[in-house]
Design a protein around this ligand. Structure first.
Ligand code: CIR
Length: 255
């Protein structure tokens, strides 16, 4: 179960976030409303939400998932691969929030780069995507830190997606949403795989929070599959974040 969540309010510069999508720029006001709805959905699921203030100098800073990994034993501050995001991981209010909840804090160091959108937690094991943002040195450091605290990790090379969790979401009870390049990856064969069609690929990024799955609005086939397994589902519209390659998991740290 998760007790706490950390989020950061999108800044007015959110329209300048890094993007590979060709869907226009996010509208700041709509992004704010969608963020508020995201926080209320989380609150309904029984977590305490720590809301950090926006930072105009970092257009992507609402995607707090990428700057830390929170585990039951240790929080690890990352070193983002995207240069415009690197200093987001050093923001003092994030460090303070992490220190409030964690006795042990570790940090990824040069030449390692890690963005935690590349990290999927399955119990005490962590799959770490090797991507344009997370390099081998970063993954090696992350695995060494996890092992120091009795946890484990393994690297997963990525071919197409931005982050590992762009295409994979673990929703507990051995259930894994898989899209694109992960559908035939034997690493994930022991999971109950829920395959996602290419036309709903963005919706693969769901989050499990205390028994409920939050699914982005507008992905009915995915929602039906998840409901078919007996999970209650909440919808949150993330259409403004989709325009800058962000989704549900990216917008929070959950622990
Ligand atoms: C970026 O390219 O870094 C942001 N525009 C999107 C980050 C999405 N984060 C995530 O998947 N964890």
């Amino acid at each position: 179960m998760f007790k706490n969540v950390i989020v950061r309010v999108p800044s007015q510069t959110v329209s300048e976030g890094i993007t590979s999508a060709n869907e226009g720029k996010p509208d700041y006001r709509k992004a704010l409303v969608q963020h508020e709805n995201y926080v209320s959905a989380l609150t309904k699921l029984g977590v305490d939400v720590t809301v950090l203030a926006p930072h105009d100098e970092f257009p992507d800073s609402c995607f707090v998932e990428d700057v830390a990994l929170c585990t039951s034993k240790v929080a690890i501050i990352t070193r983002p691969g995207a240069l415009t995001r690197r200093k987001e991981a050093e923001l003092p209010d994030m460090k303070e929030a992490l220190e409030k909840f964690n006795q042990n804090i570790e940090t990824i160091k040069e030449p390692g780069t890690v963005e935690s959108g590349d990290i999927m937690m399955v119990g005490d094991h962590f799959y770490i995507g090797l991507s344009a943002r997370t390099n081998q040195a970063g993954a090696d450091q992350m695995i060494a830190i996890l092992e120091k605290y009795g946890l484990s990790g393994e690297a997963v090379p990525l071919k197409e997606v931005l982050h590992l969790k762009t295409g994979l979401s673990y929703i507990e009870n051995n259930n894994l949403l898989v899209s694109g390049e992960f559908k035939n990856d034997p690493r994930f064969d022991t999971f109950n795989k829920l395959e996602i069609d290419p036309d709903e690929a963005y919706g693969a990024n769901c989050i499990w929070v205390n028994g409920t799955v939050i699914v982005a609005s507008g992905y009915p086939k995915i929602q039906k599959k998840i409901e078919g397994l007996g999970y209650p589902v909440l919808n949150v519209d993330t259409s403004e974040y989709r325009k800058i390659d962000g989704g549900l998991s990216c917008l929070s740290l959950r622990f």
